[in-house]
Each structure stands twice: as C-alpha cells, then as structure tokens.
Design a protein around this ligand. Structure first.
Ligand SMILES: Nc1nc2c(ncn2[C@@H]2O[C@H](COP(=O)(O)OP(=O)(O)OP(=O)(O)O)[C@@H](O)[C@H]2O)c(=O)[nH]1
Ligand SMILES: [Mg+2]
Length: 419
C-alpha cells in the first residue's frame, strides 16, 4: 500500500484532496486509515471526513444534501377523517350451519352385525354482540359476518366439533335495531346480545337406533344458521356537540381544544360528517366533543346538509352554540339555530348549554359582544379559535357541564358512563 502511495505521490500532480479521495475509494474500504499519521498536507475538513467513519465518503458536496428533519405528518382528507368515527352501521349476520350427521355401521372382523355408529354433526357458531368500553366507534364493524360452521360427524360414534361463537365488539351505548325496532341496548361494559343462533347439527344414524329399527340408515343434514340484517347505532355520540352556522369556526374550535383534526376552510359546509375530539383533563377525565356539520335555516326541512346531523345533535348531552361574531347580527343566528333544533325535536334546544362567541380576534367582534350578552340570558364565553384566546375558560366550563351531567346520571338508576 505504501508503495502505491509513493507511486501516486511522487509526480506531485495530484492535489491532497483528490489524492486522499483516491485512497478512500481504493484502500480504506477494508481498512481504517492509518495514513493520516503521514505528514501529508491534508485540509482539516477532509481529515474530519476520514475520521468520521469507515463508510465510503461521498464525493458530492455536503451542502447540496437534503436536510432531513422530522417527517411532517400529512393532514388527512375529510373522507379519511370521517372513516375514523362511525356512529351507525348496517350489518348482515349469518350464523354458522350445523354439520351433517353420518350414516355408518360398526365394522370389526368376525362381528357381522356391528350396529349403527354414525355420529352427529356439530352445531354452527352463533354471532354475539358484546359491549366493550375500549371500543369508541363502529368503524371496525364490517358489513357482513359469517359464523363458523359445525363439523360433520364421523363413524365410530364420533361427533362433529361445534363452530365457535363469534363476538363483535361494539362501543358501550350501542343500540341494536331491526327494521327500526330496538332489540337491545348495550349500556354496560361486557353486556352481550346473541344476535343470530347457529344451526343445530344433523343426527347420525346411531341416533335413530330403536327396538323397531335395529339398523337405521337415516342420517340428517345440519340446520342452516339464522340470518338477520341489523342496524347498530350509538346512543350517545359525544358529551358535547358544537352547534352553529357554516363557517362559524366549529372545526377550528375543536382543533383548539382537543386532539381532533377536522378540516378547516373558509367556505361553508367544509365539514360533511361529524368528528369527535377528546378533551383531556389533569385528573384523567375525558370529555368527548363532536363537531357537527353546519346548520342553516330550513335544516329541519332537509335544506343544506339536511336533518341527518340534527339526529347527531340529539345524541349529545349538552350543546355548545358557536356564533360567528364577525357576522352582522350574531344573535339572530342563535334564534335560527334554536328554532331548527326545536322543529326537529321539541325541547332539544333547551339541553344544558353555553354560547360561544367566536372570532374575538377580529375588531368588529368586540363591539358586538356586549349587544349579544344583552340579547341572551345564558353564559357567553368569548373565544378566538384561531389564536386560542380564552379557550381555557371554555374547557373549564365544559368540565362543569360534564360534572353536572354525571351527577344527573348518578342520581338515576343508571350508572354514569365514562367515554
Ligand atoms: N379570524 C378568525 N377566523 C376564524 C376563527 N375561527 C375560525 N376562523 C376561520 O373561519 C373559517 C371557517 O372555519 P371552520 O372551522 O372551517 O368553520 P366551521 O364552522 O367548521 O364550518 P363548516 O364546517 O363549513 O360548518 C376558516 O377560514 C377559519 O380560519 C377565529 O377565531 N378568528
Ligand atoms: Mg367544519
């Protein structure tokens, strides 16, 4: 190696950097450079490169390399975000069929009339819905479920294995309906509802042995499993619902107070489906807040996005009316919102509530706040979802509403439910 060096170095045609680059390419791949101890006039930067590691040194300029910071999390589209929270599902359930029975006769040398020994088939597996407090939405429920079939019986009186039951985990508070009629309300963790029964297994010919018939040939097929189409609905969607006109800043507010990331844009009807965000408190209590698509006048007559999300509001325990204080008369928005809610279900607008005066960072909003307060009797919380101004007051008041809701539930027969 030293011979190579002296051969290369002697003409003194190569600059130290090129010379060292050659060495790195040819020799240093296998051995670390001890050559640096040689008294070659090598610049500090090149020396540093060599010391840095045994990897091949790139000849490209380090300044041109891409800066690799933390990979940025991509914002999800409205469609993908909506997939995360599903509050109703239609499912087709098909329980497993029973296994068939077998017709066979005992066979043994020198035993002519062994008798029937065909075993029964196993029962088909049932499908059971089970409430699970760790499941928060019906997103993982698929449209079709098929239970496990029972296995057929065998000779020598062998019975077929039963199909095992299939459990579908659903959130606590799921209502099971068939053609609009409620069949079950899974309101406790671990509560089960046997939705479809598996078919009974067929009988083997041993089953038909009697004094009249000592050699039955009959064996029956297993029964088909039950089939049903059911609707699953979440009774409580969230503790609090953000109710307001399009562009009032509901999604921005949910972003400001929770971990949810609904889409925000300066055009109406950005939100097409509800999103649920969780507000976490220091004592590990959690309050679920739903961002509900904007409501316009005539929503109860199916105008705008229609009445489908008035149904979502019905399933919130308390209401957060979000008013856009940059609009000409924000108090009229409140009148219209209440009217729409009451038209959908009388008394819906009277649920425990608070009025949120949003967009307080805008100059015109400050003038209207006092007028709004004089128009309404409820508490008004001025906030700016954009800057996060005064969102603490809202979060604290949300907790007060939640505690009031828990007390109300605790006084009744039902136990309070954690989200
Ligand atoms: N200046 C200001 N702009 C805001 C504030 N909150 C929301 N905005 C803006 O208002 C526009 C609408 O906000 P969104 O959060 O999408 O409103 P939304 O109520 O969810 O609207 P829909 O989903 O259409 O019902 C966006 O351009 C926001 O940037 C605020 O506090 N101050
Ligand atoms: Mg929105």
């Amino acid at each position: 190696m030293l011979a190579t060096l002296s051969r290369l170095r002697s003409p003194r045609l190569l600059s130290p950097e090129i010379f060292l680059g050659y060495i790195l390419g040819q020799e240093v791949r296998s051995k670390k450079v001890s050559l640096l101890s040689h008294s070659l006039p090598v610049s500090a930067a090149v020396r540093q490169k060599v010391i840095a590691g045994s990897r091949d040194v790139s000849s490209s300029c380090s300044l041109c390399a891409k800066v690799r910071g933390q990979p940025k999390k991509r914002e999800l589209s409205e469609k993908k975000l909506t997939r995360c929270f599903v509050d109703h599902r239609r499912v087709k359930l098909m329980a497993g069929s029973g296994g068939r029975g077998v017709s066979s006769f005992h066979s043994e040398p020198r035993k002519e009339w062994g008798g029937p020994d065909g075993g029964n088939g196993g029962d088909g597996g049932s499908i059971i819905m089970k409430a699970d407090k760790f499941v928060k939405s019906l997103a993982q429920v698929v449209p079709i479920y098929k239970g496990e079939d029972g296995q057929p019986g065998g000779s020598k009186n062998c019975y077929g294995k039963n199909g095992s039951s299939y459990y579908i985990s659903v959130p606590v508070g799921t209502v099971v309906k068939e053609e609009g009629e409620a069949l079950a309300d899974l309101s406790e963790h671990g509560q089960e509802y046997l939705a479809v029964f598996g078919g009974i297994g067929g009988k083997g010919n041993r089953f038909f042995l009697s004094n009249e018939n000592r050699a039955p040939m009959t064996a029956t097929r297993g029964m088909l499993g039950q089939e049903r189409v059911l609707q699953l609905e979440l009774r409580t969607m969230a503790h609090a619902g953000l109710v307001g006109f399009p562009n009032a800043g509901k999604s921005s507010l949910l972003r400001a107070i929770s971990n949810a990331r609904p889409a925000v844009a300066a055009y109406p009807f950005t939100t097409l489906n509800p999103h649920v965000g969780i507000v976490n408190y220091r004592d590990h209590e959690q309050v679920a807040v739903a961002d509900i698509p904007g409501i316009i006048r005539g929503a109860h007559l199916n105008r705008g996005l229609g009445i489908s999300f008035l149904r979502h509001i019905e399933r919130c325990r308390f209401l957060l009316y979000v008013l856009d204080l940059s609009s000409p008369e924000p108090w009229t928005q409140l009148v219209h919102l209440r009217y729409e809610l009451d038209q959908y279900e009388p008394g819906l607008s009277l649920r425990p509530q608070v009025i949120i005066a949003n967009k307080m960072d805008l100059p015109e909003a400050r003038e209207k706040l006092e007028t709004l307060k004089s128009h309404v009797s409820q508490r008004v919380i001025p906030v700016s979802a954009l800057t996060g101004q005064n969102t603490e007051e809202l979060i604290l008041h949300l907790r007060e509403l939640y505690d009031g809701y828990l007390q109300g539930e605790g006084s009744g027969e039902e136990k309070p439910k954690r989200w």
